[in-house]
Design a protein around this ligand. Sequence first.
Ligand SMILES: Nc1nc2c(c(=O)[nH]1)N[C@H]1C(S)=C(S)[C@@H](COP(=O)(O)OP(=O)(O)OC[C@H]3O[C@@H](n4cnc5c(=O)[nH]c(N)nc54)[C@H](O)[C@@H]3O)O[C@H]1N2
Ligand SMILES: Nc1nc2c(c(=O)[nH]1)N[C@H]1C(S)=C(S)[C@@H](COP(=O)(O)OP(=O)(O)OC[C@H]3O[C@@H](n4cnc5c(=O)[nH]c(N)nc54)[C@H](O)[C@@H]3O)O[C@H]1N2
Ligand SMILES: [Mo]
Length: 750
Amino acid sequence: MRRTSLGHWGAFEATVENGRFAAARPWSDGGADPQMIGAWPDLVYSEHRIDRPHVREGFLQSRERAGGEGRGREAMVPVDWDTALALVAEQLQRVHAEHGAASVFGGSYGWSSAGRFHHARTQVRRFLAAAGGFTDQVGNYSWGAANVILPHILGDADAVSSAATSWQTIAGESDVVVAFGGLNPKNWRVTSGGAGNHHMPRYVAEACRRGVKFVVVSPFADDCPEGVDASWIAPRPNTDTAIMLAFAHQALVEGRADIPFLERYTRGHDAFLEYLRGTADGTPKTLAWAAGISDVPEGELLALWQTIRRGRVMLTASWSLQRADHGEQPYWALIALAAMLGQIGLPGGGFCFGYGSLNGVGASARRGYVPAMESLPNPAGRAVPVASFIEAILNPGGEIPFNGRTVVFPDVRLVYWAGGNPFHHTQDLFKLEAAWRKPEAVIVHEPWWTPAARRADIVLPATTSAERNDLGGSSRDPFVFAMPKLIEPVGEARDDFVIFRDLADRLGCRAVFDEGLGEKQWLHRLWAKTRARGAKEGLDVPPFETFWEAGIWAVPEPETPEVLLEAYRRDPEAHPLKTPSGRIELFSATIAGFAYADSPPHAAWREPREWLGGAREGELHLVTNQPAKRLHSQLYQAERRNAPETVQINRRDAAVRGIGEGDLVRLWNERGACLAVARVGERVRPGVLVMPTGAWYEPDTRQDRLEVNGNPNVLTADRRTSALGQACAALSALVRIEPYRRDEIKREMD
Ligand SMILES: Nc1nc2c(c(=O)[nH]1)N[C@H]1C(S)=C(S)[C@@H](COP(=O)(O)OP(=O)(O)OC[C@H]3O[C@@H](n4cnc5c(=O)[nH]c(N)nc54)[C@H](O)[C@@H]3O)O[C@H]1N2
Ligand SMILES: Nc1nc2c(c(=O)[nH]1)N[C@H]1C(S)=C(S)[C@@H](COP(=O)(O)OP(=O)(O)OC[C@H]3O[C@@H](n4cnc5c(=O)[nH]c(N)nc54)[C@H](O)[C@@H]3O)O[C@H]1N2
Ligand SMILES: [Mo]
């Protein structure tokens, strides 16, 4: 039997033989990665599947009185479902009664699976809301800083979350595309919710063929699709803001600045221009100034400026740029530069974010046809920024500023995680390991024995999306997919939804949680939303049965290609932005009013706390990017590696340290150390190491604070972008590296 289904890494055709998921290959000519898709059966039948519920030995004996020290160390004891569910219900009731709802931490950040109904994170938050409330997480790791700064500049975060100028208009109209952070094709293998169309490389190649010139600004040459003859400028990491500001200054002094555009479409450009001139700080933001910060020769910057000073120019930044100290600034600076050039709202011109970050950005698709599972209001009304998880646990009652408000950390007693891997995504994992011992109870739903599952008190085995019915898709893709159940659950695994429904039953809140509906009825209800959306736009969406039978519904393409802020440009009075002024804010009185020392009221250069400009002898900048053939830590278990993750190092840096190609190396700083395999060459600029995330966290049993699989988050800092964004700043980290000899571990870590 062959069925079509979907994962975050693409739509696939599944072959099922005698009740077994035998093979998976990319659906149709969709262009998904065959290796990632082909790993599905390996994942589903992995030796790392959790076969039944487990409880940590000490916790089984003495519950919360066991303390958290044994997490990840004591044996996990298999128990039956009834015992496990009774324990979970008891712990939730206890914490609610003794400490209140806010002491249950249930934000549960993570991507989980592509299906929209069985989406674990949505399900756990619905359940905890129904059960009386919890502390939630706000924002995301992907574009947390942009999510906060963009509404101040543009009125909302659409320019990073959903809207983008289409590749069609770039191919047709752009002369130059300058990609800060590049366009790394590996990122196009993935879309949140999954996609049928993986044709980004084709769009870029087409633009190239029509003569569009590409400039990649990145420390890493691989941030460029094959076959694209791009110029490469390799600045120090985290210095893009300085380059953008210098171009804006150059526009100003050359009389290239589009003053009528600034006057009509922006507010506060005077203050910004004064900053560029250096009126107050005595530093004009010249090319020479930016060359000193970015370590790019002034001549190279001048040449790049000359390619963008005329013609139709698309300025774009990857999401990675804002996942760094002061990550709000490169986004604000890029918008300001685009405003100076006056092409915002024109086809193929202006600015845009994330072309190289996710499949589907700039593809043509109608939005709103993939239904989202509904959430429930959280009676506890509490939430903390996602990246402040460690601090929230360690510092109950502590306060942090956040976008003009004050967040007070709850007294976390119970942590509930379903659909994310905090021992992958959190920065400073050895610090997390210590913080993780503090709560009285930790409950995790997982299909696999991930590092987070191994560190829980109660582990409930979840089904994978192959073992249940669902539907999914991405708003950036022209398809909605049925995800039929392919096989019976593996072992004793149960759907997250079913687990929560049974728990809700025990806690007396089932009617609120499931509204009396089962899986099938929920899928009908979700599809009804798609049909309602169609009715609004005059599109004929088939009935559920027709959709389910076909397995796919192709959403008709929009009539005109999208251009970011086109309507605003056409008529700013009729289409004002949702900013206080209704205009693009190059100076924000709101942000000025917050008076945060680290968050200037206009785009400005601020030194990161860790960067090459402030490095000590021997330190290198560690860039941790997304893994090429995994989705974060997902798919790692199917790789069957016998060596740690790789790290890219420049030949020059390798030579002075005696590191050769393929050598085992140790990376370390004051936060910890991890092993890696060196890839030596010229792909990465001197002074920089590039290491993908996603290796499963595995501390060495004999060495304190040494991680052996190559998870670089033991090296990244638990710091946020700024008081404004409080977002993940993983990409600002300095480390040292040396050949690894197991017997002579140095002890510089303390
Ligand atoms: N240093 C550094 N760190 C980073 C980043 C970086 O650039 N550098 N990037 C950050 C970003 S942008 C992100 S989005 C995060 C990603 O972090 P996460 O989203 O947390 O990463 P995943 O590995 O996708 O975790 C998803 C988990 O859900 C589980 N899962 C899958 N399906 C199901 C299901 O049906 N039910 C349940 N219960 N579980 C399921 C998977 O096994 C996996 O453990 O990492 C962040 N961390
Ligand atoms: N294959 C695959 N694709 C994915 C994912 C995955 O796990 N696997 N995850 C998805 C998710 S959740 C997200 S949020 C997106 C993330 O999308 P991004 O954040 O854009 O992706 P990254 O790979 O982290 O970074 C892209 C490149 O930015 C460059 N870079 C880093 N710092 C700087 C800097 O300071 N300046 C400049 N100029 N360049 C810099 C690095 O060389 C890196 O290769 O990717 C998505 N796509
Ligand atoms: Mo992300």
